[in-house]
Design a protein around this ligand. Structure first.
Ligand SMILES: Nc1ncnc2c1ncn2[C@@H]1O[C@H](COP(=O)(O)OP(=O)(O)OP(=O)(O)O)[C@@H](O)[C@H]1O
Ligand SMILES: [Mg+2]
Length: 285
């Protein structure tokens, strides 16, 4: 059975993409899971971290990215070719990790994102963009054990189309005031959408990212998150916390070829990501 998981936070730069990538890499490389990453973010960070940029630009030119899927809905065309748009065995580890696939994003998603609300109001080609991913991807998704959706830092129509097909969502956050500020809003808005759309998505947990040990602010924010977890207001705080590490920003460089995940993230961080993945699998499977 496939498990579809979105990573979401309304705050930018809190580790959504990094978490999506590392969790997916571990699932595929260490646990033999078949994983598809869907990059829904027009910033295309997951895409360019996982595949060769010129290959991606070429695919984008031909309409073999997530852009075409939404563009078809706006203009009533049928140009999207799903099979041609899935890149097999991605990542800079070992020239690509077996069973780790990617549906790339596109910078052009920004333009189409702005047109989507007009389309849903006009009633010409499509009633709602929310069901676009479900209609187009359902069959392919069933071939995977995990589908990880990297969302942009908003709950716009494109993000909601990902939420619509998700069984769970993860909230990566830096344990500081501004990054955690929007958590109640995410929970409330996804809950409202869930009721409206009649879906069963559940929060899987909060991931602490870029954690600085022995930092008083980080520790006190984590204490307050745990307090709200105990009260039942917040979902579980997953462990271990992912530390701030220069290795991570270096690891995002696709051109840097490495042969193992240990080489990519360093021993300590690899172990932490791996234990986080074990925790995720425990709740999901
Ligand atoms: N544990 C970490 N240690 C150090 N740097 C990190 C860590 N996790 C992520 N980063 C870096 O922080 C930056 C933001 O991370 P990331 O892109 O994953 O955030 P994001 O939430 O996806 O951002 P956006 O909202 O823009 O999509 C990136 O440059 C990334 O390489
Ligand atoms: Mg991101």
């Amino acid at each position: 059975m496939v498990h579809v998981i979105s990573t979401i936070n309304l705050k930018g730069g809190v580790g959504k993409t990094q978490t999506t990538i590392a969790v997916s890499e571990m699932l595929a490389a260490n646990y033999g899971k078949k994983v598809l990453i869907i990059d829904l973010d027009p910033q295309t960070n997951a895409t360019v971290s996982l595949m060769d940029e010129s290959k991606w630009l070429n695919m984008d030119k031909k309409g073999n990215t997530i852009f075409q899927l939404f563009s078809d809905k706006v203009y009533g065309t049928e140009l999207f070719n799903l099979e041609a748009s899935i890149v097999k065995n991605v990542s800079n580890v070992n020239s690509g990790i077996k069973n780790l696939d990617l549906l790339p994003s596109s910078l052009r998603l920004i333009d189409i994102q702005d047109k989507l609300p007009l389309v849903s109001n006009s009633g010409y080609f499509v009633k709602t963009p929310i069901t676009v991913l479900k209609e187009s991807l359902s069959k392919v998704i069933e071939n995977y054990d995990y589908v990880m959706i990297d969302c942009p830092p908003n709950l716009g129509l494109i993000t909601l189309s990902g939420i619509y097909i998700s069984d769970y969502y993860l909230i990566p956050t830096v344990p500081d005031i501004l990054s955690t500020y929007g958590i109640p809003q995410i929970l409330a808005r996804i809950d409202a959408f869930k009721k409206d759309a009649g879906i069963a998505i559940k929060p899987l947990g909060i991931i602490i990212s870029m954690y600085r040990s022995n930092n008083r602010l980080h520790d006190s924010i984590i204490d307050s998150l745990k307090y709200r977890e105990r009260k039942g207001d917040y979902p579980r705080i997953l462990t271990p916390y992912i530390p701030l590490s220069v290795r991570v920003s270096e690891a995002a460089e696709y051109q840097t070829e490495v042969s193992t995940l240990g080489q990519k993230y360093g021993y300590d961080l690899t172990e932490k990501y791996n234990n986080l993945v074990k925790e995720i699998m425990k709740y999901v499977e």
